[in-house]
Design a protein around this ligand. Sequence first.
Ligand code: MLT
Length: 201
Amino acid sequence: MMKHIFQKGTDQTKPTLLLLHGTGGTEQDLIPLASKIDPEANILSVRGNILENGMPRYFKRLAEGVFDEADLIFRTKELNEFLDEAAENYQFDRHHIIAVGYSNGANIAASLLFHYKNPLKGAILHHPMVPRRGISLPNLSGINVFIAAGTNDPICPAEESEELRQLLENAGANVKLHWENQGHQLTLNEVEAARNWYQQL
Ligand code: MLT
């Protein structure tokens, strides 16, 4: 079970937007962002199950940017299973989920794509990292991914955003990598770029 908010959308042909906050955030944080992306879609906003010094996250880390791989794998499975349950409870299409994640939330969304076949129909990843290296990815053909990255992001260097794009593309995903001349922050500009991308899906 994961603490979450579900808001039923007005148009059930739309995807369900899965909102995943950054470290220290909550399931409330990205709700305003979802209404910018698609005000008619269902919203499933989930709080991370880990606490790091009181700050919610989706998986443990050993240091800044160094992930606890065993926990990442465990928590990715937990989230994937939670999506199965939520789709059943709230009666939405399990195969029509688009994740919208920021930072730690973008990392667990990327991890879903790295570990499972068709866990998501697409993903908007704001400032993600490469969640794991040295594994072969499932076939991601038909999956659309938007990555927003900052040229001066101290947490995710520019080469890592390129590396993530490459890994996803090599597995068959359609990837759009959007750059901001900014750091790790989530900017209004990149949210607008994400919305334009989403509208063309
Ligand atoms: C992470 O731990 O997922 C990344 O370092 C991003 C963050 O949450 O700071």
